[in-house]
Design a protein around this ligand. Structure first.
Ligand code: ADP
Ligand code: ZN
Length: 752
């Protein structure tokens, strides 16, 4: 017997190894192994067995050194999924395979945690006479019957030696056992029961469970409903149905919404009753050890539901009945390094491969998913109203061009918004102010010569941070001192000025306008530690804060009944991005932020300050007209052949020498053009036509980032699988200068 192994080095090649007698019978497809590599065999490399065979075409094989983990770690189904990722996202299969296991598991960095337990033994014969200290320790053990040694030592304020004496007397035993790490051990979780669904919810759940019961149950649903319309309750009841069928499930949520409260809702429902099961959790705040334990609970089948961020889609849940992707429009589902997969799209593919039902949920679905419903690929389920029958907030758009005055220019707050904030302060209600840009001023510019302080590494203006009195780059993190005079040697104007606005400035201006208001700010600068987030939100919830200012961090899923006013300071900020999705993003963001208002008994009000108040993204969001926006946006995309009417492959070349990068990009375009002819004929043979549109090379919107110049070629086609395949061939034979690299991003979510 020999094993074929995919090594963790991107060689796009698998290698044969012999199975030594001591490992015979322990190796199967998916087993993680360590093998020798290189001519001397001195390097040891991790890999995954992808196939077993009787013999190899090669004569002398090196033996597998050892096995990682007790069970095969990559199940055949996950292996198949990884292969698809390698092909579709145009990356080396080794790179794809690497991403399906958490690092803690892949490298066997962590194992089960063993701890010493002390246990009382059944007494045989006379109870011995003990010294006073020993007796005290025994009393505790007798009462608890079983206790962690460490806990006992602390509780009894004693030493291991004293405990060992009890062991010598035959009263107790001390054993080393696995103790599972439970990241949520400190939370008290009160069990919850199913809620009686309203008719829209019942209809949606009915369709989902019907699909789950069907013979061929691979089916994708898009559950569209505003926040508070009861989507999570549907997820919970669909999960219960999967458990009843004897199947498991994966719930994906964006990393930022994986708060203890979210996790608790899922744990609480399955913490008691006949469908009781362990709910495992995977996200980036877990320690390596916790991740190891959570993952293995799933692998062993003891936990049947996994809730996690992006990479949880690869968890070995088997059999898999249901995948839920909450907030499916979130761009954080896309991994921004190879393999550049989109977890929502991987979920849909996995659902098809494993005959599982996929439910995508959102208040503001992606245009792609909406389109897939229109053409019958997905089924649209709508929850048109909030569970509590609350009205959507009233949205007012303020034209900031009219708020500007000759003397003072444009104010940060329009008179209307100022008045509204004042009213809330008087009534003791709360306000959220949103601006998707942190810092104080966006740039430092000389009014005389026009000089702007740019980052030396990136083609981007530095942002002024007033509290720290620093200029910072939001791309690479470069920080420098604020110049006292214009840095332009020919100018040296001392009146260099700051322009543009960030959250810091909003906070400061507010404090001046409303000196009595209690104001807190929430953005990447103030949320440095995990606990900051909890604290600020806790204070706000408890009513210790009147106004919360923040970036998109506050746009998501928070529920505060006393918030009756939401102000969006600069709504067109996201509109002016060089990205065909700018309109969609703006619509989604405005809708999400507006959803923060009026979650309690009082109707909410939203002020949207904008310089282009009549832009469709703003107007449709104002009317809460989801379908209206999507229909017109689809028209625009169709005209220009942008997704969802095509799929995009973005090729980015980068290097420190701009000329070389540009030249390489032009060369790559020529290579693609010459090979496309072949691709076209190949596709035509199979009866379909290939519609390739090549744009570029052009400088990336952010030409220079972290000292690298970037040029891009954008390819659009409806036949991405065919194109990916050909691109992989091109990349393998392409020769680029040593200091120029190429990244391929299939279905990119951001075009910077
Ligand atoms: P979403 O996930 O769409 O934001 P949730 O499922 O969280 O909505 O529901 C919002 C609130 O309403 C939750 O507190 C939930 O427990 C409650 N809820 C959901 N469905 C019902 C229902 N049918 N009847 C009463 N309360 C419900
Ligand atoms: Zn920079």
């Amino acid at each position: 017997m020999i094993a074929r192994v995919s090594l963790e080095i991107a060689l796009r090649k698998e290698f044969d190894y012999s199975i030594p007698p001591e490992l015979a019978g322990q190796i199967e497809v998916g087993t993680r192994v360590q093998v020798p590599f290189g001519s001397s065999g001195a390097r040891k490399i991790f890999g995954t067995v992808t196939a077993l065979a009787e013999e190899s075409s090669l004569a002398k094989l090196k033996p597998i050194l050892k096995i990682i983990g007790a069970q095969s770690l990559v199940t055949p189904k996950v292996l198949k999924l990884a292969r698809w990722i390698g092909e579709y996202y145009c990356c080396a299969p080794e790179t794809a395979l690497k991403s399906v296991l958490p690092e803690a598991i892949r490298k066997e960095k962590e194992g089960w945690k063993k701890q010493l337990f002390v246990r009382a033994l059944p007494l045989s014969g006379e109870f011995p006479k003990l010294a006073k200290r020993q007796q005290e320790v025994w009393n505790i053990i007798e009462e608890r019957r079983e206790i962690l040694l460490a806990e006992l030592l602390e509780l009894a304020e004693t030493t291991a030696a004293t405990v060992r004496k009890l062991e010598d007397r035959g009263l107790i035993e001390v054993t080393s056992e696995i103790s599972e790490r439970d990241p949520y051990a400190r939370e008290t979780i009160l069990p919850t029961q199913n809620i009686v669904l309203n008719s829209a919810q019942a209809k949606a759940l009915g369709e989902i469970t019907k699909a789950m019961d069907a013979e061929n149950s691979s089916h994708t649903f898009l559950l569209h409903g505003v926040t508070g319309s009861g989507k999570t309750e549907i997820y919970l009841q669909a999960l219960a149905h999967a458990l009843e069928q004897g199947k498991g499930a994966i719930v994906l949520v964006p990393e930022i919404s994986l708060t203890p409260q979210t996790v608790e809702r899922f744990k609480a429902r399955f913490s008691s009753g006949k469908l009781q099961t362990l709910v495992a959790v995977l996200h980036s705040h877990l320690s390596a050890g916790e991740r190891h334990d959570e993952w293995h609970k799933i692998r062993q089948g003891r936990a049947r539901i996994l809730i996690g961020a992006r990479s949880a889609i690869f968890a070995p849940v088997e059999p898999l009945g249901l995948i839920i992707v909450d907030e499916e429009h979130e761009t954080s589902y896309k991994q921004e390094e190879a393999p550049r997969y989109h977890a929502r799209d991987v979920a849909i593919m996995r659902g098809q491969m494993e005959n599982a039902v996929v439910v995508l949920g959102s208040a503001t679905p992606s245009l792609e998913s909406f389109y897939n419903c229109k053409r019958g690929k997905f089924t649209l389920l709508e929850l048109p109203e909030r569970v509590d029958n609350q009205k959507m907030p009233r949205v007012r758009v303020v034209d900031m061009r009219q708020a500007a005055t000759k003397e003072k220019g444009t104010p940060l707050f329009s008179p209307q918004l100022k008045e509204a904030i004042n009213q809330r302060l008087d009534k003791g209600e709360q306000t959220i102010l949103f601006l998707n840009r942190r810092g104080y001023s966006t740039s430092l510019q000389c009014p005389k010569c026009g000089y702007v302080c740019n980052c030396p590494n990136c083609s981007l203006a530095l942002t002024f941070h007033r509290q720290e009195q620093k200029l910072a780059c939001h791309i690479c993190g470069h920080v420098e001192k604020v110049p006292l005079v214009c840095p332009n040697e020919k100018c040296r104007n001392p009146a260099i000025r700051f322009s543009g606005t960030g959250t810091q400035k909003v906070e400061e201006t507010l404090a001046k306008l409303f000196p009595k208001a209690r104001i807190k700010r929430m953005d990447a600068d103030t949320m440095k530690r995990k606990d900051d987030y909890r604290k600020v939100l806790g204070d706000f919830r408890a009513g210790r804060t009147d106004i919360l200012v923040g970036t998109q961090m506050i746009a998501k899923g928070l529920h505060f009944p006393n918030v009756t006013l939401v102000g969006i300071i600069y709504a067109d900020l996201a509109l002016h991005q060089p990205d065909f999705r700018a309109g969609e993003r703006t619509f989604q963001l405005l809708t999400q932020v507006a959803g923060r208002a009026g979650r309690g008994d009082i109707e909410g009000e939203v002020f949207v300050q904008a310089f282009t108040p009549f832009h469709p993204s703003i107007q449709f969001a104002r009317r809460h007209d989801f379908v209206g926006f999507y229909e017109q946006e689809l028209e625009f995309r169709e005209q220009l052949k942008y997704p969802p009417y095509s799929r995009v492959a973005m090729l980015t070349l980068k290097g420190r020498n701009e000329e070389k990068v540009k030249f390489s990009a032009e060369h790559l375009r020529k290579v693609i053009e010459s090979k496309v002819q072949g691709l076209k004929s190949k596709v035509i043979e199979s009866g379909t036509t290939l519609d390739l549109i090549i744009a570029g090379p052009a400088p990336a919107p952010l030409l220079k980032a972290e000292t690298f110049y970037r040029y891009q070629i954008m390819l659009r086609t409806q036949r991405m699988s065919a194109l990916s395949q050909r691109l992989a061939e091109i990349i393998q034979t392409l020769s680029l200068p040593e200091d120029v690299s190429l990244a391929v991003d299939i279905d990119p979510v951001s075009l910077s």
